[in-house]
Design a binder for this molecule. Structure first.
Ligand code: FES
Length: 68
């Protein structure tokens, strides 16, 4: 799935750039162009950055179960 349609940048490519040190939307734009044309994807890029930089890497959290 494309994260940025204007530059045909996929979510996987964005995630790779984040792993290589692009931790802001501006840094992503410098590296792959994402977010530097129409700007529609910038909010999505921010979400991908936030998810990737979470301590658990964006993996779903385990929901504790309660025993009766
Ligand atoms: S969709 Fe990313 S700049 Fe347009």
């Amino acid at each position: 799935m494309y994260a940025c349609v204007c530059f045909s940048v996929t979510e996987e490519e964005v995630t790779e750039e984040i792993a290589r040190g692009a931790h802001t939307e501006e840094q992503l734009g410098d590296r792959c162009g994402a977010g530097t044309s129409c700007g529609t994807c910038v909010e999505r890029l921010g979400c991908l950055i936030a998810a990737a930089l979470q301590p658990n890497g964006g993996a779903p959290r385990r929901v504790p179960t309660h025993s009766a």
